[in-house]
Design a protein around this ligand. Structure first.
Ligand SMILES: Cc1cc2nc3c(=O)[nH]c(=O)nc-3n(C[C@H](O)[C@H](O)[C@H](O)COP(=O)(O)OP(=O)(O)OC[C@H]3O[C@@H](n4cnc5c(N)ncnc54)[C@H](O)[C@@H]3O)c2cc1C
Length: 403
């Protein structure tokens, strides 16, 4: 078979939560209607849980801004079918039992602090929306072998030997981004030597639409409410070896350890389905754009999940990049002009860096065994709890992932 070579204005590589949202948000713009976009994704989204089943392993806490972005991207009508679980309160406390912070939607004057959603449900809905757009060229599931810079264009060689060309490549291929590597963009990395154990559990007492987080000196343990009043999704940060041991231990033993680590706040817990663990790395690309390759989402930054910010930062990248590209196009410049790439990098790199440092700082502070730091931490939490306006501001900004 002769090999084909197709020309596009833009190739988006990776159509996970962030890549799909980017494509859909861009396609909402009138100036992008004639844009020739290729979407290349190596796998199809996981199957979401049926309406009467418990949620799958991976969930995201979405900020109200992320929800608005996703609904505007085309998910508004099907949103209720995705079983979103709004949460109105967040309770964070220290294993020492001396410091506690309560964020409340009511006190902040908002309807909810955000929503929890099953990743598979969201990813499937976004993917369906992408595949329904007949103006896109979709390559999925599709492997590729090389990406190289030619004269004025990037050339992506697919595993069947066919090639795609475009002057602009959007890398949304996640934390292990191959596109980033081939574009020669370095990353600063911090390995926490921790893993996040995730699973879904049922519990005796209702979760009261509250996101609960207990800081232990091994790392935070979060119970995140699902749409079922007595089921929560767990993210338990543990040293790597311990996390693997907890995933392998007999179910009854695990349930007991989990309930105990959570101080039996919601009574006895029962495991629903599997457990899994993910390595926790903080990673930040040294550049967000280089020579026509632009990084978004985890390809640009990955962050400790303790404040559930990763994908929210990715959606903020999406909004900033779409704004920059559209403004550039309206100014009569080509899509691949470097002005939008510079504007996007300026808008997002500093903000993401700040969030990453804040999360690493929290992790260090709560993991510390040093008595002086523990005292300081408890005084700090008490003062913060009493800080009224400051606390309200934090609830509305940092923890919500706002710009
Ligand atoms: C334990 C844990 C809990 C978390 N909880 C939260 C939370 O509550 N809230 C939150 O905001 N964030 C959370 N996060 C972070 C969040 O999951 C990520 O930030 C988010 O999934 C990143 O989305 P992405 O689309 O950038 O990358 P990914 O989700 O990694 O998607 C990348 C996509 O690219 C595709 N791909 C990869 N390589 C290629 C290739 N070579 N060619 C083509 N396609 C490719 C993949 O198949 C995938 O579809 C958590 C993370 C962990 C580890």
């Amino acid at each position: 078979m002769p090999k084909t070579s197709e020309q596009f204005d833009m190739i988006v590589i990776g159509a996970g939560l962030v890549g799909s949202a980017f494509v859909l948000c861009l396609r909402q713009q009138a100036v992008a209607r004639d844009l020739r976009i290729a979407v290349v994704e190596r796998s199809l989204p996981p199957t979401p849980a049926a309406a009467n089943e418990h949620w799958g392993l991976r969930v995201s806490a979405l900020s109200p801004e992320s929800v608005s972005l996703l609904q505007a991207a085309g998910l508004h009508a099907k949103w209720p079918q995705l079983r979103p679980a709004p949460y109105a309160d967040m309770r964070v406390w220290d294993a020492d039992g001396t410091g506690a912070v309560h964020f409340s939607a009511k006190a902040a004057g908002v309807e909810s602090l955000g929503v929890l959603i099953e990743n598979a449900a969201l990813q499937t809905a976004l993917w369906q929306q992408v595949t329904q757009d007949s103006g896109l060229s979709i390559y999925a599931p599709q492997a590729w072998t090389n990406l190289e810079r030619g004269l004025g264009d990037w050339c992506l060689t697919l595993s069947d030997g066919n090639a795609l060309h475009a002057p602009l490549v959007i890398a949304a291929d996640g934390a292990q981004s191959r596109v980033r590597e081939l574009a020669g963009i370095a990353v600063a990395q911090r390995d926490y030597h921790q893993r996040g154990v995730v699973c879904t559990v049922e519990h005796e007492k209702p979760h009261e639409a509250t996101a609960w987080q207990r800081f232990l000196n091994t790392g935070p343990l979060a119970f995140l409410p699902t749409d079922h009043p007595q089921q929560s999704s767990i993210v338990w940060t543990l040293p790597s070896e311990q996390a693997q041991a907890y995933c392998a231990m007999p179910v009854a033993e695990f349930e007991q350890a989990l309930a105990q680590a959570f101080e039996h706040k919601l009574g006895a817990v029962g495991l629903l389905g599997e457990r899994a663990s993910f390595p926790l790395l903080a990673q930040h690309a040294e550049h967000y754009a280089c020579d026509g390759v632009v990084l978004i989402g985890d390809a640009a930054h990955s962050i400790h999940p303790l404040a559930g910010q990763g994908v929210n930062l990715g959606f903020l990248d999406v909004a900033a990049l779409v704004d920059a590209l559209v403004a550039q196009r309206k100014a009569g410049l080509p899509w691949a002009h470097e002005r939008a790439q510079r504007q996007y990098s300026r808008a997002r790199r500093g903000h993401n860096g700040l969030m990453m440092h804040a999360m690493s700082g929290f992790d260090l502070l709560f993991a510390s065994e040093l008595p002086a730091l523990r005292v300081l931490r408890n005084i700090g939490m008490k003062a913060f709890e009493k800080s009224g306006l400051v606390k309200q501001h934090i609830a509305q900004t940092a923890l919500q992932g706002r710009r």
